[in-house]
Design a protein around this ligand. Structure first.
Ligand code: BMA
Length: 336
């Protein structure tokens, strides 16, 4: 089993703690971003990072002290210590006019053919997917919104497949959405989207993901298929609990889920995950990885308050997913 991509040895890494049984383990110095990281930001969480230049760039969900969610740029040499701008990203539209989304949250970022695409949840008369691009992390151009409301958790694949861009999304409602499956859509130009397919559904047989699911980081291409981390949500007496699972999607046709974890890989249990602005949230949004060693660093939001890190070893993780998989009744229906 191998990751198909260039190696990046400088990613954060910490070996699995002695005696730890799981295949995903937390960074010992979590969280890596704490409360009030800049003057106007109360909390930074659900954020995404990417290798850039001789270091790393990141797009950070920052809930401001006025209560609004915005996206801020951050830069880092080691992908652990981040310099986050005190001001949010200033977008321009394709004509060069300023574009200021009313709110912006839960960004993902991916590099495709030298362009960095950012996708986030934007206000479009309701929560919808926002899309934009940058080449230099100085000029940020907002592109057309892919879909009308309501939709969240947009995740672009890191390369075209059969000439098409592919976008995962999670159609939702105007509130906290008590349902939700992951869909995939394709486009030739990132402007017109179609051939929508349902990829994965919530799974009532495995309770931690029985209310809704949503794609997390950009999928990682391996020779076994696309490795996709996602969040799974269940409903308790005191609200939603967000855990992390993972799936493997067919390499040539990612609308087909091959395997997905019956058990969660990470569920809120550390104080920074169970206690915060919204308790009991583990929300993965990005990975960094090294093809040569198979090391994966997973960035996740914790309790809507912190950014935290976890690690996995690709071959061990993929073998685990394959050996401990349980598809939901609605998964890959058209392929059965
Ligand atoms: C979801 C999104 C996430 C958040 C989660 C838990 O609906 O708003 O940003 O982490 O709820 O509050």
């Amino acid at each position: 089993m191998g990751i198909i991509d260039k190696s990046n040895k400088s990613i954060p890494w910490q070996g699995k703690p002695e005696g730890y049984k799981g295949v995903v383990w937390r960074y010992g110095q979590n969280p890596i971003i704490g409360r009030n990281p800049t003057q106007h930001c109360a909390r930074v969480f659900n954020s995404a990072v990417v290798p850039y230049g001789d270091g790393f760039a990141g797009v950070f969900r920052a809930d401001h002290t006025d209560g609004k969610a915005r996206i801020h740029l951050g830069m880092s040499k080691d992908a652990i210590h981040w310099e986050i701008d005190d001001n949010c990203i200033r977008w321009i539209d394709e004509e060069g006019k300023p574009f200021d989304p009313n709110y912006a949250y839960d960004p993902r970022i991916v590099e495709i053919d030298g362009v960095y695409y950012i996708i986030w949840c934007t206000d479009f008369g309701g929560a919808a997917l926002g899309l934009g691009m940058t080449r230099d992390f100085k000029t940020f151009v907002r592109l057309e919104n892919p879909f009308p409301p309501f939709n969240r958790n947009g995740v672009l694949f890191p390369r075209k497949i059969k000439g098409k861009y592919l976008l995962l999304s999670r159609p939702s409602d105007s509130g906290h959405t008590p349902f939700g499956d992951v869909f995939i859509s394709e486009s030739e130009d990132l402007r017109y989207w179609g051939r929508h397919r349902r990829v994965m559904t919530k799974n009532e047989a495995t309770w931690w993901q029985s209310t809704k699911i949503g794609a997390g980081p950009i999928p990682i291409e391996t020779d076994e298929g696309w490795l996709l981390f996602y969040h799974g949500v269940c409903t308790t007496c005191s609200g939603y609990v967000y855990s992390m699972g993972a799936a493997i999607l067919d390499r040539d046709n990612p609308s087909k889920v091959l395997y997905r974890t019956a058990e969660h890989l990470l569920t809120p249990e550390m104080p920074y995950e169970t206690t915060g602005f919204v308790p009991n949230v583990v929300f993965p949004c990005a990975t960094l990885y090294d093809a040569q060693t198979g090391r994966i660093a997973i960035y996740y939001g914790a309790a809507d308050t912190y950014v935290a890190l976890a690690f996995a070893q690709a071959d061990e993780l993929v073998a685990y997913i394959k050996g401990n998989s349980e598809l939901a009744a609605g998964d890959a229906q058209e392929y059965r």
